[in-house]
Design a protein around this ligand. Structure first.
Ligand code: MG
Length: 242
């Protein structure tokens, strides 16, 4: 009998304490009413959202000095081969970047990396490859949507030449200690034509053509677009600072 009484006492105590916990856990206790997100108006028909910076022709300058030497026609900026890369006048850290690009029709003699090659470089050093990878073959970590020689895209979402394509890139800049040590690597998420191709991957350092990448201390830097000797076109580029 004593055992039964003790058991009932314990059950009663447990249910009392459970009821008290329930009373504390009101819905409002876990609601956050401060830190309200800033209101942003989304763009319609491909237009930038209200808080984006449009990176139109005037937002860029030649890396060789002076004004942007790429052509501009009906809002479309096209590489003038041999004039060099262009870079934004403004520097950036963490960003969301939208870029639309188009590969020209090219003779079949242009193959591999020599077929509509360009590139979007975040903070000057970290390339998202632009290339005609619709049917043309190259090494997989160098095709369109690769983080050049570091990450192969999850799928090949490339469209044919002369069709507009898009990259939507989420970029987290690397963090460095005072002595240049890497606290956290650069990271990228990339959607190609709305399809996820890079999922928050870490970069092992700046993009390099030969050898192993190695980080070097830097702060905010411009976005670069690469002149790789083909008339690749760009339009509707916009950026949101994060
Ligand atoms: Mg390239």
């Amino acid at each position: 009998m004593k055992k039964i009484t003790l058991f009932l006492t314990l059950i009663t105590a447990a249910s009392v304490s459970f009821s008290s916990a329930q009373m504390v856990q009101e819905p409002r206790a876990t609601e956050v009413w401060d830190k309200e997100p800033v209101k942003v108006t989304p763009g319609t028909h491909g237009a930038p959202p209200s808080d984006a910076i449009a990176l139109d022709h005037d937002a860029w300058q030649s890396v060789n000095g002076g004004e942007n030497k790429w052509t501009l026609e009906d809002g479309v900026m096209t590489i003038t081969p041999g004039t060099g890369d262009v870079r934004t006048k403004k520097s950036f850290g963490d960003v969301q970047l939208h870029v639309e690009w188009r590969i020209p029709v090219l003779d079949a003699k242009f193959t591999d990396q020599d077929r509509g090659n360009s590139g979007v470089f975040l903070q000057q050093f970290y390339e998202v490859q632009v290339l005609d990878s619709y049917e043309s073959k190259t090494y997989n970590n160098g095709q369109a949507g690769s983080l050049y020689k570091q990450h192969i895209p999850l799928v090949n979402a490339t469209k044919p030449a002369m069709q507009w394509q898009s990259y939507d890139i989420i970029y987290t800049a690397p963090r460095f200690g005072k002595n240049g040590t890497v606290i956290s690597q650069a990271r990228m998420t990339v959607m190609h034509n709305g399809i996820l191709i890079q999922n928050n991957v870490a970069l092992t350092g700046p993009t390099v053509y030969i050898g192993a990448p190695a980080y070097k201390l830097h702060g905010d830097l411009p976005i670069f677009l690469q002149d790789h000797d083909h008339k690749v076109s760009y339009r509707n580029i916009w950026i949101r600072e994060l």
